[in-house]
Design a protein around this ligand. Structure first.
Ligand code: ZN
Length: 279
């Protein structure tokens, strides 16, 4: 297997399928996780070649084949996947074996799910991205995991903190035990926004927004979704040394990551997945 560092993440290739992991999570023996790339898969242009998003013009057969290939490369069972139903809100859903297949093998049964959490081994959480920020959560003590989809709306609505609170409520997690990975998304280099979006971030005044909203070209602003999420997570009790910022911009790296902005929306999608290994 090929393996190298990219940003603060580890890039691996198995059976021609390329994916990223967080070294801090790789060191925990009872969890498996990955963030997909464009590398591998069977989709034709403009979805070439690893597309994991349905409903963007690629065939469902290609997406399903790609999901199988990713699952095989990472070492999780396709049948164990439970998908989110993302719509840029902050609903977090606790799932278990009963939900396996939802949004993948069976239609989703809910409209708005931007975060998934579980403490059941053998259940694989699946969330979708193309510039939005993936947040990975791992409570090593309580053996619970979570994935959250933090686009600019979700980030500004503090989905990171809401996911931590959901884990506290559902699993009695102590935030001091939770590792967090902030995965590839549009970076501060490329996330140029108008005043209305900048204002949503400037309203996060308790987190010192000067650290993640900067004036850009005339009338424009640059937002750092990684730093905004990091500060919100610190505010929720996550320890600084437990947060890894992947540091990979999907827009700068659009040759091997999917970026909504770089492709002007003609694109495939990436996925985050995570599973507590069966005993
Ligand atoms: Zn960039």
């Amino acid at each position: 297997m090929e393996q190298e560092h990219r940003g603060s993440m580890c890039y691996r290739e198995r059976n021609g399928v390329g994916y990223l992991t967080f070294p801090a999570f790789d060191r925990v023996h009872f969890v498996r996780h990955a963030f997909s790339t464009r590398v591998g898969g069977v989709s034709p242009a403009p979805f070439n070649t690893m597309n994991l998003s349905r409903g963007r013009g690629d065939s469902d057969a290609h997406v399903n084949r790609n999901l199988h290939l990713l699952c095989d490369a990472v070492g999780v069972d396709y049948c164990s996947l439970v998908s989110s139903a993302q719509d840029h809100h902050t609903q977090i859903r606790r799932v278990g074996r009963r939900e396996c297949g939802l949004g993948v093998r069976f239609p989703a049964d809910r409209q708005s799910v931007d975060g998934l959490i579980t403490d059941e081994p053998g259940v694989t959480l699946l969330t979708h991205y193309a510039d939005c920020t993936p947040l990975f959560f791992l409570d090593r003590k309580k053996r619970a995991i979570g994935l959250a989809h933090a686009g600019w709306r979700g980030t500004a609505a503090q989905i990171g903190a809401i996911t931590v609170q959901s884990m506290q409520k559902e699993f009695s997690s102590d935030p001091a035990d939770i590792l967090v990975g902030i995965g590839p998304s549009i970076g501060p280099c490329c996330f140029e926004v108008d005043r209305d979006v900048a204002e949503a971030f400037m309203a996060l005044w308790t987190f010192e927004p000067n650290a993640f909203v900067k004036a850009g070209r005339p009338g424009k602003y640059q937002v750092d979704l990684w730093e905004a999420n990091r500060r919100i997570l610190l505010g929720a009790g996550i320890l600084a040394q437990h947060i890894t910022v992947g540091g990979l911009c999907s827009c700068c790296n659009h040759s091997w990551l999917w970026s909504h902005r770089a492709t002007k929306g003609v694109r495939g999608g990436m996925a985050a997945l995570m599973q507590l290994l069966p005993e």
